[in-house]
Design a protein around this ligand. Structure first.
Ligand code: NAP
Length: 310
């Protein structure tokens, strides 16, 4: 039997993924017809990356699953026509990229690199950073991305704590959960990394009250989702000196509007949602494995839990 795979993605992604996915499926012993224009009722699996307006999934009456190409699930959750099983992307390449981005930005702040990079005078002024073992770092969210980042930071000797909804064990990381655990990790963190999904339970998690628990002069690094932080409270904490910097990759509105104060704030670094990307070469292995599993009657990996919201 030939499996019909429909791409609902921008065309450039289809062109990049199609030959790689064909090889990955063939390696799994699956013959597939991969296209962007199958008759909807004939489609078995949909590979999905939102582009533009909402997609109508109702014509895909015989599809078995929608396989998302992004780690985040907001567009799937907000689409009332998407009632099929939905898998989000957990891709080793995406994880690797996030570890590199987070480690780079943590090291920038830990080592105080800006002082030398932005120096305009000729003063021989030394600033010796502490060793990583004396720098307290926290990671909120210990899922695929957060656990990998926390583990790498701990491997560099950072004094690393982490927080998740359910109890976790990450070697070298002091893992916490629950409300008390959240306060413990925030109070610990001279550098706090946010790698939580956006759900009703995490929206505005870092409000004025919780920002006030951070150590004096702390730094926030947010590659998670913009709405995890109360923007107004963050700006107030930066302006008062309670926080010394925020490196933000994600925003409530993207692209970040040109008029937004984050763009020109001296204590804010804006990166345009580039912390990490799904990498086709590794992602197709995940897509092929999920199709193989479904054909074999095994549960899909990385399935969205609509009740939990991630
Ligand atoms: N900027 C970028 O380029 C980029 C790229 C990819 C992803 N992201 C963002 O990164 C997020 C994390 O991705 P992921 O793959 O690591 O997700 P994941 O594997 O689903 O992990 C999510 C983590 O957050 C924890 N969590 C969720 N709700 C919580 C709550 N109410 N209280 C405490 N902890 C909670 C989970 O706890 P449990 O372990 O107990 O379930 C888990 O540890 C994505 O949702 C997306 O927003 C950004």
């Amino acid at each position: 039997m030939i499996v019909k795979v429909q791409f609902l993605t921008p065309r450039r992604m289809f062109e990049e993924y199609k030959p790689l996915l064909a090889v990955a499926l063939e390696a799994q012993g699956i013959a597939a017809d991969i296209a962007m224009d199958h008759a909807p009722e004939t489609v078995d699996y949909i590979v999905y990356a939102p582009s533009g307006g909402p997609t109508d999934f109702t014509p895909y009456t015989n599809a078995r699953a929608v396989l998302g190409l992004w780690a985040g699930v907001e567009s799937a959750l907000s689409n009332p026509t998407l009632t099929l099983p939905y898998t989000r992307m957990v891709d080793p390449g995406l994880t690797e990229g996030m570890v590199e981005w987070v480690t780079g930005h943590v090291l920038r702040h830990h080592l105080g690199m800006d002082a030398d990079i932005t120096r305009t005078d000729a003063t021989w002024r030394k600033h010796i950073p502490p060793l990583a073992r004396h720098r307290k770092v926290g990671v909120l969210g210990l899922g695929e991305l957060g656990a990998a980042c926390a583990s790498t930071l701990a491997g560099l000797n950072f004094d690393t704590a982490g927080w998740s909804r359910t109890a976790k064990a990450v070697p070298g990381v002091a893992c916490h959960s629950g409300t008390d655990g959240l306060h413990t990790v925030i109070a610990h963190s001279e550098i706090l990394v946010l790698l939580l999904p956006l759900t009703p339970a995490t929206e505005n998690l870092l409000d004025a009250t919780r920002l006030a628990i951070l150590p004096q002069g702390a730094i926030i690094i947010n590659p998670g989702r913009g709405a995890l932080i109360d923007d107004t409270a963050l700006l107030a904490a930066l302006d008062s000196g309670a926080l010394s910097h925020a490196t933000l990759d994600v925003f409530r509105e993207e692209p970040l509007p040109a008029s937004h104060p984050f763009w020109h704030h001296p204590k804010v670094t804006v990166t345009p949602h580039i912390a990490s990307e799904t990498r086709a070469a590794t992602a197709v292995q995940v897509l092929a494995e999920n199709i193989r599993r479904d054909r074999a009657g095994a549960p899909l990996l990385h399935r969205l839990d609509r009740i939990r919201g991630y």
